[in-house]
Design a protein around this ligand. Structure first.
Ligand SMILES: [Zn+2]
Length: 313
């Protein structure tokens, strides 16, 4: 088998077998991937199994809290790894959990509570609509401009226009976003049945049992830095108290939607007493915040879980 680390930055000189740099990995959905995705956040179960097999053979895979504690104390971090999932796709339970159990590997799932029980994620619906529109791009753009008239003058290409719609929707109130996506699907006669769904409230308890731990991913999954500080603080506390109420367990870990935050948001997050702040890569270390910090590498549907270039800190 080809060495899956051959093109990553994790191999260090003189360390042909043992990888030493600690790494926190970010997954989303574990399902069969067909035709690619503009978001590239899905991984097939077969690939995920190979990732876990690789990680457990080369790393000491630990709970997120242990990972963050070790980084904070700067001891015994060599060869350490942790696995996380964002967004609360139900396939974390149906596809990933058996693989994690098989390899005795813990993982943390970050759930945006406003999505619990919904039939699909709005961004997957938008992607499905876009896919349907690709058959007749002119008609698709026409529908898009009717649905979102304020966006019509900004974009030169269909690609840019769909991105602008996505960027617009992710900043809206969640109910408004779902309503807009539903209307667009109806307008373009796109069937949204069969899209991967978020976890249901009756399934939350399973995320508190081995191999999982549960973390908060806010409520509406809007970029917290785009909200007023009061709204952002409300997202933090509401999400946490919802999850704690349903599971009866303390929820200490938090992941920023889209990895976006600013100084005020980070302060609010500290005040909500989340113990672990877990954000995406490409954020300067100096802007990550106490009491704990963790940058993650996004694992793609590639042979190597370390194909992403960002390291954790
Ligand atoms: Zn997310």
């Amino acid at each position: 088998m080809t060495d899956p680390t051959s093109h990553t930055s994790y191999r260090q000189p003189g360390m042909s077998q043992t990888l030493r740099v600690p790494v926190a990995l970010l997954y989303h959905s574990v399902r069969q991937v067909s035709g690619g995705s503009i978001y590239r956040i899905s991984i097939s179960p077969e690939r995920f199994r190979r990732h876990v097999e690789f990680l457990t053979s080369r790393f000491r895979v630990v709970r997120l809290q242990d990972f963050v504690d070790a980084l904070a104390s700067r001891i015994r971090t060599e060869g350490m790894a942790c696995i996380t999932f964002d967004d609360g796709y139900v396939d974390n339970l149906t596809a990933a959990s058996d693989i994690l159990r098989e390899y005795h590997t813990p993982a943390t799932v970050f759930v945006p509570t406003g999505f619990i029980g919904r039939p699909y994620f709005w961004w997957d619906a938008l992607h499905a609509i876009r896919g349907a529109a690709s058959c007749s791009p002119g008609v698709g753009r026409c529908h898009l401009r009717i649905q979102f008239p304020a966006l019509r003058d900004d974009c030169d290409t269909a690609e840019a226009e769909w991105f602008r719609v996505w960027d617009h929707l992710r900043r809206q109130r969640l109910e408004d976003t779902y309503e807009a996506v539903g209307e667009l699907a109806a307008r373009m006669e796109v069937d949204l049945a069969g899209l991967p769904r978020p976890i249901a409230s009756c399934e939350l308890q399973q995320l508190t049992q081995w191999p999982f731990e549960i973390g908060s991913h806010a409520v509406s999954h809007r970029p917290l830095s785009s909200l007023s500080i009061d709204e952002a603080a409300s997202e933090l506390t509401s999400s946490r108290s919802y999850l704690e109420g349903y599971t009866g367990r303390p929820v200490r870990a938090f992941s920023y939607p889209f990895g976006l935050f600013d100084h005020e948001v980070a302060q609010a997050c500290r005040q909500s007493s989340a113990a672990s702040l877990c954000s995406r890569p490409n954020i300067p270390a100096a802007s990550a915040h106490a009491p704990a910090r963790c940058r993650r590498a996004i694992a793609r549907n590639c042979r190597s879980p370390l194909a992403a270039s960002a390291a954790s800190e």
